[in-house]
Design a protein around this ligand. Structure first.
Ligand SMILES: [Zn+2]
Ligand SMILES: [Zn+2]
Length: 351
């Protein structure tokens, strides 16, 4: 439409549209030039406007789009796509700008970190790294997304410099504002600042490392921790499935942990399920305040079990196959047991 008109006429129309907002309406412009279009089509048909800028990357003239009457968009380069942001920091994502960012990331994050020997790590860190590494087989890099469920651990590892942000992380893992100091914690990659011997690497990959190296007592320690983490996760999800957000009060958690001495994993999960149902029924029928249910549920599991013993009620086993992967791995690889271990009351007695 517009390209059928002579250039000077198009320029006139652009001038009227852009600079004479108060003098002439869009409808009048259309009528004056006999344009066979509706009012809201005009702006879209107007050509780009040359700016006084040249692209810093390829030298081409930059153009501006007419965004509304009296307003032009930021200058951009038709050749390489670079956009010049006139009144804000550079948030252009063209290839050249991203290349520049990549260099900047390297400058800020490419620092040689001191490495610690794997064998010098404490038990907790060893277990954590084995758990992460055995999923990928990568001894140098951990993807940020692997910390989804491990936010506290991620922070501690970073603080202790056991991991650090990799300079090879994807550019868009960094926030364009305050670049590159702000980054998206689950999108960057992390370097592992730990030295592994060849034997350690093989043992970790074959999943025999912890199995072979730990004392019985250490194995049980790891097991109890995995067990409790799994039970808490199941408890929370059973509650959440009934739209309740349980609060884990430290005093209640301490009482709860004593259950492991008397009950198997599969029976504890059954109790958790019963309590979640009980709470949800009471809240729905307004016999219990939601907050009371959410704060008290964990302790209710303990009380529920006390009731069972008092009255001689038996508790059924729940499905052990539903336990989490970490616990499964711990039982099979660290403890060297079958999953049916979860039907037993597990106690470790020091000789
Ligand atoms: Zn350009
Ligand atoms: Zn650019």
């Amino acid at each position: 439409m517009m390209n059928k008109l002579p250039d000077d006429m198009v320029n006139e129309i652009v001038d009227l549209y852009l600079n004479q907002k108060d003098a002439i309406s869009v409808r009048e412009i259309i009528a004056r030039y006999n344009l066979n279009i509706s009012s809201n089509q005009l702006r879209k048909l107007l050509p780009l406007v040359r700016s006084d800028k040249n692209c810093p990357y390829c030298g081409a003239v930059m153009y501006r789009k007419i965004v509304s009457r009296g307003h032009l968009g930021d200058p951009y380069c038709k050749t390489c796509g670079h956009i010049f942001y006139s009144d804000s920091e550079n948030i252009c994502r063209c290839r050249k700008c991203d290349e520049g960012r990549r260099e900047f990331i390297k400058i800020i994050y490419d620092k040689e970190q001191p490495k610690i020997n794997f064998s010098d790590l404490s038990l907790d860190y060893m277990v954590l790294f084995v758990k992460l590494i055995r999923q990928t087989g990568n001894f140098a890099i951990i993807r940020g997304e692997m910390f989804w469920d491990l936010e506290i651990e991620r922070k501690i590892l970073l603080q202790k410099s056991l991991i650090s942000v990799s300079p090879d992380s994807p550019v868009n893992a960094f926030d364009i504002h305050n670049f590159p100091y702000n980054f998206f914690v689950y999108e960057v990659d992390y370097k592992i600042n730990i030295r592994f011997s060849q034997l350690e690497k093989e043992a970790i990959l074959e999943d025999t490392y912890l199995f072979g190296k730990l004392t019985e007592e250490e194995k049980y320690k790891v097991f109890y921790r995995c067990l409790h983490a799994d039970v808490m996760k199941r408890f929370k999800s059973l509650m959440k499935a009934r739209r309740l957000e349980p609060e884990i009060l430290p005093s209640a958690e301490l009482e709860f942990k004593k259950l492991y001495k008397e009950l198997s994993y599969s029976k504890i999960i059954t109790l958790c399920d019963r309590v979640a149902r009980f709470c949800s029924d009471k809240v729905i029928t307004r016999k219990m305040n939601r907050k009371v249910a959410e704060r008290g549920a964990l302790r209710m599991v303990v009380n529920f079990w006390a009731n069972c013993t008092r009255n001689g009620w038996t508790v059924a086993d729940s499905e052990i196959g539903d336990c989490g992967n970490d616990l499964k791995w711990c039982i099979e690889s660290i403890m060297g047991k079958e999953l049916t271990f979860l039907n037993e009351v597990v106690t470790f007695e020091k000789n």
